[in-house]
Design a protein around this ligand. Structure first.
Ligand code: CP
Length: 324
């Protein structure tokens, strides 16, 4: 299947990657299989490919990022494309230019792909209606972060051999987390049982409608689960007090070995990063090389972004550079 996914005549039936919600199991599997093949590429000494020759990718991040922005840059360069990282801090946005005017200005320079992160839910979809290049959502508010969910799913599939039938506990600040939403959509679509574990203040209303089981107690939520996925408290999205103190939060909801003992003995620990050690996760647990997949998630993130850039540019018309 991986070789089939790599075949350049296979197309992804969407122009943009705005979210996981609405993707079919076959579409998710296609992206995961292609990503799998790119893991081997980027472990080799010669990482350069010509898949994006003549293509231009612009990273437009209105929020901070280490993993997502760097891995899109690496992915674009390793596939032979030109990559521009727009610095929002030194752009005309600081003179009052709007988000849409900025995107339309960049669009007029004929990029092939725009990768956008924005603090407002729905902002990336809005831009997708204004541009004629492919658009990838690198995180919009608390809405979706599709490439994070794909890399999480591939990390799970590689370690556990499947997604179907596993029990995944997503723990922490579900309310403000785009990572949680994208993971819930992807995992439930692929037949995984998903639990969310959080204090009531950090759970969205009617979260059960997304097909998850809800727990307010870590030991009960982690009981016999295969995967423990921890989330950061997203203080930048909090207006008001959601937890009494980080110390008390760690006591009840921080992952330590005592709480982890409720999960299966071979349960895998995940975290999308950035981590707040001692708040949502104990340092020893995070660094447990036998059980933690946190650095593997980062590695797989580059392969997933290579696959998404490859797949989305397959449907674009050839640029002048390619025709030359
Ligand atoms: N997981 C994630 O999106 O990390 P960054 O904010 O560093 O991109």
């Amino acid at each position: 299947m991986t070789a089939i996914a790599r075949a350049s005549n296979i197309r992804f039936p969407h122009r943009h990657l705005l979210g996981i919600e609405g993707l079919s199991p076959d579409e998710i599997t296609l992206l995961l299989d292609l990503s799998e093949s790119y893991i081997e590429y980027h472990r080799q000494a010669d990482k350069k490919r010509a898949v994006l020759r003549g293509r231009t990718l612009i990273n437009l991040f209105f929020e901070t990022s280490t993993r997502t922005r760097t891995s899109f840059e690496l992915a674009g360069k390793r596939l032979g494309g030109s990559v521009i990282n727009m610095s929002v801090a030194t752009s005309a946005i600081k003179k009052g230019e709007t988000l849409i005017d900025t995107a339309m200005t960049l669009n007029a320079m004929h990029p092939d792909v725009l990768v956008v992160r924005h603090p407002d839910s729905g902002a990336v979809k809005l831009l997708s209606e204004k541009v004629n290049c492919a658009l990838i959502n690198a995180g919009d508010g608390s809405h979706e972060h599709p490439t994070q969910a794909l890399l999480d799913a591939l990390t799970i599939r590689r370690r556990k051999g499947r997604l179907n039938g596993l029990v995944v506990a997503i723990c922490g600040d579900i309310l403000h987390s785009r990572v949680a939403r994208s993971n819930i959509h992807l995992l439930t679509t692929m037949g995984t049982r998903v639990r969310v574990v959080a204090p009531p203040t950090l759970l969205p209303a009617e979260i059960e409608r997304l097909g998850v089981e809800v727990f307010n107690d870590m030991r009960r939520g982690l009981e016999d689960c295969d995967i423990v996925m921890m989330l950061r408290l997203q203080s930048e999205r909090m207006h008001g007090t959601f937890v009494p103190s980080t110390r008390e939060y760690f006591h009840f909801f921080g992952l330590d070995y005592e709480k982890l003992s409720a999960a299966k003995p071979d349960a895998m620990i995940m975290h999308p990063g950035p981590m707040n050690r001692g708040v949502e996760i104990d340092s020893e647990v995070a660094d447990d090389i036998g059980r933690s997949a946190i650095t593997e998630q980062v590695e797989i993130g580059v392969a997933v972004r290579m696959a998404c850039l490859d797949m989305l540019t397959r449907t674009l018309p050839l640029s002048a550079a390619e025709l030359a």
